[in-house]
Design a protein around this ligand. Structure first.
Ligand code: SF4
Length: 78
């Protein structure tokens, strides 16, 4: 596995946030916009239980690089 290009998933039971490290340009938008969920100083750095689903979706959609995305768990086959 290429440690510079990993995909991580974080679920709150309702939605899953997907983060692709290789696409992240470290713009800081996510963790300045919603620090209750995104905190690069701790592991795991995304804690989807930190805010409501709507707030998480709004923040994920602001990611400028496409590193962050999300899907509804009910739409997933996993
Ligand atoms: S907003 Fe997107 S590109 Fe910026 S730090 Fe967060 S994940 Fe990385």
């Amino acid at each position: 596995m290429d440690v510079n290009n990993i995909t991580k998933k974080y679920s709150n039971g309702e939605i899953t946030v997907v983060w692709k490290s290789g696409l992240c340009i470290h713009s800081k938008k996510c963790w300045t916009g919603l620090p209750e969920v995104f905190d690069p100083r701790v592991r795991p750095w995304i804690r989807p239980e930190g805010a409501g689903t709507d707030a998480i979706i709004a923040q994920v959609d602001k990611c400028p690089s496409g590193a962050l995305s999300w899907f509804r768990n009910e739409d997933s086959d996993e």
